[in-house]
Structures are given as C-alpha cells and as structure tokens.
Design a protein around this ligand. Structure first.
Ligand code: SAH
Ligand code: SF4
Ligand code: F3S
Length: 439
C-alpha cells in the first residue's frame, strides 16, 4: 500500500459536517491518506455537502462541473460526495456526474475506506442506507485525534421535529443519542491531548437521552464538567421547545458552561411559528430567554432566522424585527426561505414576491448589524478570559474567543495558542473585538 496518498476534503454546512469531515480524515489516514490544502495536489477529493437551502445544493453541482472542466485526462483523481446532498440524491449523482467515483451517505462514513478502495480499483459506488439507531454510534472510531484546542463531540444525531421548511430530518434520519460513557471517553481522550474546550454537537442536543447516570442533557453536562483539563463547554444546537428548567439551571450551576447559547427562533410571529411547526410561541420563547439571562447574567444569545416563509406578511415580519430587538441577539444567521424537497412548506402557497423577501432580509440584516455592534461595544473596557486559538486578523496579532463566543484579536505571540489569557477589550466592532493582553 502506498503510504503517501493525498486527500482534500471540502466541507460545507454545519458543524456536524465539520465533525464528520474530521472522522473521514481519521478513517482515511488508516488507509494511507493524509490531508492537503489544495485539491489539485490530491489523489482523492471529497465534497462534504449541505442541502439545507437550494443554493447550498446548487453550489455542489457547480463545483462538480468546474472540476470536470479542470480535470486533466487520465488524472486518476478520485472524487467522492458525502454529507446531506449525497444522502438526498444518492445514486442519481453518479448518473449526473460521470467523473464522480462514489457517493457516501450521512450514516455511511464508516464505509468510506472500503468505498475509496473500490474506487481505486475502478468501481463507481454509492451507499446511502440509514443505520439503525442502536448501531449508529458503534461504528464511530474508538480512538480520537485532537487537532486543536477545541474539539467537536457528537452526542446525538438526527432530528424528529419536522419543522415544515427543513430537510434535515430526511437527510440525517431519526434522532439517536450516543452512549454517555462513549462521549465521556472521547472527551477524556482528547483532554489528555491538549483540548481545553468541547463543543457538544447534535441537530437537537436538548433531546439527548442516553446512558447510565446521564439520562438527559443537563446530567450529561454535569458529567462532562467533571473531566480534568476541559475548562469550557459549549453546545449546538438547542431547540427552544426543549429548553427545560433543569437546562436553564445548568447555566447557574455548571461554571464550565460558556456564557453563550445559540437558540434559533426562526420567526417572531405566532402565526408563522405555527406554520413552521416549531412547537413554541413567541411568548414562550421570550420567557426562556428571560430565564436564561437570569441564570447567567450577560449571556450572549445568537439565533437563526428565516425571512419570507410562505405567506409571511409585513405584520408577521415586523414581529420578527421586534423580537430580534427585544432579545438583542449578539449575532444571528438570517436567510431567505428556500423551498426544499419532501418538506411540507414546499407545498404551501407563497404569494410574497422574491424582491420583497430580499428587501425584508436587508432590513433584518441591518438591524442585526447594529445589535452586534452594540453588543460588542458594551464589552469595551471589560477584561475577558480568552482561549487563544490561532493567529489574528493582522500580523503580530493572535486571536481567540470569549466565553460569550465573540472573536477577539490582540497583539501577542503564537506561543500562547492553546492557553487562556486575560484580555482587556479596547474596541467592539460589528464582527469582532480588539483587545490587549492584561499582564
Ligand atoms: N437543528 C437546528 C438547525 C438546523 S438547520 C435547529 O433546529 O435550529 C440550520 C438553519 O438553517 C435553521 O436554523 C434554519 O434557520 C435554516 N434553514 C433550514 N431550512 C431552511 C430553509 N428551507 N430555508 C431557509 N433556511 C432554512
Ligand atoms: Fe430542522 Fe427543525 Fe430539526 Fe432543526 S429542529 S434540524 S430546523 S427539523
Ligand atoms: Fe446542512 Fe446537513 Fe448540516 S443539510 S446544515 S450539513 S445537517
């Protein structure tokens, strides 16, 4: 076996895909592949894809076509598609792109080494079969590599919520939790390799429900907090309907839990929330925010928001604006609604013109830009504990994150990477903070 084969993975979409790509690299290193930054140098190219909005999906087709144009004759490059577009389209992708060698579904990452070997032998393969909930996590690696100071840990996968606009339940399958002892073993292992922060991952982490003594998510958080060398715990994504009072309380009792929660509201109008099948009202959402702010004063709250859901009126949209202002999000990811295959919302009448949706998005983005800046400016003069992650925006600068998940750039030496330092915030910009080391 050649030992020096090169792979390039291009990752799209959410942190689950980032974590899956790490798992892919680890599995591929077992068959002699190491990562390179440029696909043109690679023997194997994998696109780990996202299909949450149609633009994300279309991007993959456009990249595949660009690659085809650039491919030298008999280059021998093996090309694979993984992630949510692979799951959604399966074998059809092989028909559509004759230069594609394999399609690997979201539940089939463990098969990757085998698929690559078959592709090396000249076969074209696709596997997108879902794996039973009980089996899914048994197929995870037993030993984990740690690549930085922060490590993504999958604690559950899949989603049973079926929000009417969302493709995720179809491409990630049913909700399943991973055994607490396996999660804790992974975290202990990476903690011994220099990791200081873990990000617990799942499409819906609040639904976590497995393992002796860790029957639910708040109990799991307590267990994770007991692990030496792990000083920060984050989690994504939470569903507002599943934020229990116990989880709110964790923000008072679990000191290692960071002062940040990503709690996607999606819309501010009860009419739209009901059409979205979100399972909470505006009032219930705001009450949870109030409780979280009480449990952890100064907590930074971020959100995802969909603009122009089918039938959203100007009045509905104004309720979204008012909610965004009331919560005072430190950041939010705002997108125009995109109809997705198989979803209920794709069948709903949608009389709002495209331009109007775009105009609403601009208004929302402008509001959020102001709120982000206000939030960041409110930190000016404060001293923040920062976990240094790497080099900063400018030469001579390093950068890291506050507990509230704000990025801080400050002058300092690269030797500090991986350490916690105290940084005084000099200036709050829209997307980041500028600081100086406190000696
Ligand atoms: N599990 C997470 C989010 C997963 S998808 C949660 O429940 O919040 C990430 C984000 O993509 C969603 O929060 C939503 O804001 C956005 N999204 C999902 N489907 C979409 C669609 N059809 N059009 C536009 N945005 C969408
Ligand atoms: Fe999609 Fe809703 Fe599930 Fe989130 S909770 S992944 S938005 S269906
Ligand atoms: Fe995209 Fe799949 Fe994540 S659709 S957002 S990569 S779960």
């Amino acid at each position: 076996m050649r030992k020096d084969k090169k792979v390039h993975i291009q990752t799209f979409g959410c942190q689950m895909n980032v974590s899956d790509s790490e798992r892919m690299l680890q599995l591929l290193s077992g068959i002699g592949y190491h990562h390179v930054d440029n696909w043109k140098e690679a023997d194997l190219l994998i696109l780990n894809t996202c299909s949450v909005r149609s633009k994300a999906e279309e991007k993959i087709y456009s990249i595949l076509s660009t690659i085809k144009g650039k491919l030298k004759r008999n280059s021998g490059l093996i090309i694979g598609v993984g992630g949510c577009v692979a799951q959604q389209e399966g074998e059809k992708l092989l028909k559509m792109a004759p230069h594609l060698n394999f399609v690997c579904g979201t539940h089939n990452i463990h098969l990757l080494p085998q698929m690559v070997k078959e592709a090396e032998a000249g076969k074209r393969v696709s596997d997108t079969a879902f794996i039973d909930n009980e089996m899914r996590f048994d197929l995870f690696p037993k030993e984990y590599q740690a690549t930085g100071v922060s490590h993504l840990v999958t604690i559950m996968q899949g989603c049973d919520n079926y929000c009417s606009y969302c493709i995720v339940p179809y491409v990630r399958g049913r909700e399943a939790s991973r055994q607490a002892e396996d999660i804790l073993a992974e975290i202990k292992s990476v903690a011994s390799k220099g990791v200081r922060e873990v990000i617990l991952l799942g499409q819906n982490v609040n639904s976590y429900n497995l393992g002796a003594g860790s029957a639910n998510f708040p109990a799991l958080l307590t267990k994770v907090a007991e692990i030496d060398n792990i000083e920060r715990i984050r989690f994504v994504t939470s569903h507002p309907k599943d934020i229990s009072s116990e989880l709110v309380n964790s923000f008072s009792t679990v000191k290692k839990l960071c002062s940040h929660i990503h709690l996607p509201v999606q819309a501010g109008s009860n009419r739209v929330l009901a059409m979205m099948n979100r399972g909470y009202s505006r009032e219930e959402y705001l009450l949870k925010i109030e409780q979280l702010k009480k449990a952890r004063p100064g907590i930074s709250v971020t959100s995802d928001i969909i603009v122009g859901f089918p039938g959203e009126t100007e009045e509905d949209f104004k309720e979204t604006l008012a909610l965004v202002e009331e919560v005072g999000y430190s950041d939010s990811y705002c997108f125009v609604y995109s109809p997705r295959p198989e979803t209920k919302a794709a069948e709903m009448p949608d009389p709002v013109p495209k331009d109007e949706k775009q105009e609403r998005l601009e208004r929302l983005l402008e509001l959020q830009r102001g709120l982000s800046k206000t939030h960041n400016m409110s930190l000016e003069g404060s001293v923040q504990k920062v976990l240094v992650e790497g080099s900063g925006g400018k030469t001579g600068q390093i950068s890291g994150r506050t507990s509230g998940n704000r990025i801080v750039n400050f002058p300092g030496s690269a030797e500090l990477v991986g350490n916690f330092v105290d940084v005084k915030i000099i200036r709050g910009y829209q997307n980041s903070l500028l600081g100086e080391l406190v000696s």
